[in-house]
Design a protein around this ligand. Sequence first.
Ligand code: NAP
Ligand code: ZN
Ligand code: ZN
Length: 346
Amino acid sequence: MSTAAYAAASAGAALAPWSIERRAPGAHDVQIEIAYCGVCHSDIHQARGEWGGGIFPMVPGHEIVGHVGAVGNAVTRFKVGDAVGVGCFVDSCRECASCRDGVEQYCSNGMTVTYNGYERGTQTPTHGGYSTRVVVDENYVLRVPAGIPLDRAAPLLCAGITVYSPLRHYGLKAGDQIAVVGLGGLGHMGVKIARAMGAKVTVLSTSPSKRDDALALGADDFAATREAATFRKLAGKFDFILDTVSAAHDYNAYLNLLKRDGTMILVGMPDQPVPLAAGALIMGRKRLVGSLIGGIRETQEMLDFCATHNVASDIELIPAARINEAYERMIKGDVRYRFVIDCASF
Ligand code: NAP
Ligand code: ZN
Ligand code: ZN
């Protein structure tokens, strides 16, 4: 099936209209007519080759929502018309310990990423949601609960689960003090979800102009990280720090803001390594940990949690033709708080 898309022809090239072929749905497949696709900073990192390699032409996009247009004859969980989503991966080996534990993102044989990968066991590149249609095995399709507007649900499929999963895994509790570093796509979902879990949230940002937004999103406090006084005033305050920053920065300074036994969670993935002082962890027995998106079961749990707690992304809806401009604005930190492509604009 010929499908309209936007692609980067090579690393760093501007995205431009392109046409891809989607397979006809097999017995276990769901064909999804894409309504909206969120724009994640990982799309920029990959389309520009910042994480090395990359399969081009590349159609980015892993925050996909839409409606089921057709199902294979063995599909049991979805029917035509259902509101559904697809996140960062579309398959995995289904046999390794991680797949059996429902954390397919850590598949030891490699998850099949939604784009910038290959269809399992083939040399056919996968292509993402900057397109009008995608075909995915039903085991890797999520149900979008009624009650979350579809366009505002798209960013939950990556930004939402990426912050939800570590907060659950590392045990954020009601009443805990958490700092969210970087108020972008992931960061704003971090504020909303941590708040819905009952935590006290402080936003740490390089953009003083985001103060009012941070408080409106549900943060209890805001501090500007370009002011040195912030790092003195907030020393030892937090049980958790959720670091969503996309560019290299000094982790040591943030570790000093943790309480004894506090945990700093890295989800932002800069392309450059950062030196770490052992003392920053030793003094106060601190933990520096990371986390990658979330498994299918937990992603569904997150979507249901968001529906229950009235949580959705704050978005700026754009036509596909404005994708390059959106990338430039994201790099400047100028996004409130997620660009979402209206796929009716193709
Ligand atoms: P985004 O919307 O561009 O937000 C990133 C934020 O980081 C910006 O809004 C800005 O916030 C802050 N920032 C940017 N440059 C900075 C700098 N030089 N110094 C300090 N702060 C800076 O990006 P996103 O989509 O949320 O993604 C964030 C990162 O997470 C990316 O690296 C992405 O690849 C990664 N990611 C990881 C996972 C995972 O599974 N671990 C999943 C998705 C994305 P302020 O203006 O508030 O400072
Ligand atoms: Zn993403
Ligand atoms: Zn596996």
